[in-house]
Ligand binder design. Structure first.
Ligand code: DGY
Length: 337
């Protein structure tokens, strides 16, 4: 890691940690106001390195790769804020952060449309076997156009999409589905308001009904211990053999081993995964499946959106270190105390 402190004239600027590589312009902006300890190598810090780095700073920018818990915070006596460059914050132990008086922030809203676009792209690629077809062409297997002996997929238009997790991104997927004439059903911790249901053309159903009736199941729920393996062998057994399963939520929401087995046995038609249990490792049996589209956790990865995520995280950090309420504060009780 590099720091920008002047060794001859010790800086009086607050010290911050930038735990992952960010855009150079963003780093330069931070260096105007802070003494920055930055990890532009992008090599993920070990828990020991993270604990030590946090013990020396007042604020930190992190991503999902940094687990922020009581141990990481145990020596962080001056730390006021940790800004996640991510909307999901399952890497945060929020009660531990609150107990330590550390503000937790994330990056909601600005990535909603980009992530919903990607979810829909993954759904289309999966249902229409696009990557499998590309491998087929590249492998020299396409010798003639055929009515039946070409990769035949499943329709999206006028099918039923079932969305589990109907927050902002889930609603974005639903609205895209409407454009394809899809029937939209959803399952969520709570019902949407009538107005939001209407805007998405979505109908609330039980999880079981959704799994039994959807042609395409899209997972967009946050990861919590209660959501661990929301989709495992028993849930897959409820799905239609012609159905697809799309996970743009988090690894651990799907039992990847059970999914691989179901794909290999043709229990469902296909899956599209952007997130994996234990990523960046991918379950070896998933890698053997023909009927799967794999992506490396890139749902929010457009240049514009990643810049906006970094900028919002920086805005959160600046606000917290100026004793102002950060725009996307998760644990409000820390600010009011
Ligand atoms: C998010 O913002 O939660 C994305 O999944 C990146 O981690």
């Amino acid at each position: 890691m590099t720091t920008q402190a002047n060794p001859t004239f010790p800086s009086t600027k607050p010290k911050i940690l930038v735990a992952r590589a960010i855009f150079p312009e963003a780093l330069a902006k931070l260096e105007e106001s802070f003494e920055v300890c930055s990890n532009q190598s992008d090599k993920i810090l070990t828990p020991e390195e993270l604990q030590k780095a946090l013990s020396e700073v007042e604020g930190a920018l992190v991503a999902g790769s940094e687990r922020i818990d009581a141990s990481a915070l145990s020596q962080a006596t001056n730390l006021k804020v940790i800004a996640n460059i991510s909307v999901g914050y399952n890497n945060f132990d929020v009660p531990a952060m609150t107990a330590a008086g550390v503000m937790a922030t994330n990056t909601p809203d600005i990535l909603t449309d980009t992530t919903a676009d990607f979810g829909f792209a993954l759904l289309m690629a999966t249902a229409r076997r696009i990557t499998e077809s590309e491998h087929w062409v590249r492998g020299g297997k396409w010798d003639q156009w055929s009515i039946v002996n070409n990769p035949l997929g499943m329709d999206l238009h006028h099918s039923t999409v079932g969305i589990i997790g109907m927050g902002r991104i889930g609603q974005g997927i639903a609205k895209r589905g409407l454009g394809f004439g899809m029937k939209v059903i959803y399952h969520n911790r709570s019902h949407l308001s009538d107005a939001d249901e209407q805007a998405c053309g979505a109908t609330y159903v039980s999880k079981e009904e959704l799994l039994r009736t959807a042609d395409h199941v899209v997972l967009v729920l946050p990861y919590t211990t209660q959501n661990h393996h929301t989709i495992g062998a028993p849930e897959i057994a409820l799905m239609k053999p012609t159905a697809t399963l799309i996970n743009i939520a988090r690894g651990g929401i799907v039992d990847d081993g059970a999914l691989a087995q179901a794909l290999q046995e043709g229990k469902i038609f296909a899956a599209g995964l952007d997130v994996f249990e234990g990523e960046p490792q991918v379950h070896p049996e998933l890698l053997k499946c023909r009927n799967i589209v794999l992506a490396p956790h890139i749902a929010s990865a457009t240049e514009k959106t990643r810049r906006a995520m970094v900028d919002l995280a920086i805005e959160n950090l600046f606000a917290a270190l100026a004793d102002k309420r950060p725009p996307s504060l998760i644990n409000a009780e820390v600010f009011s105390t």
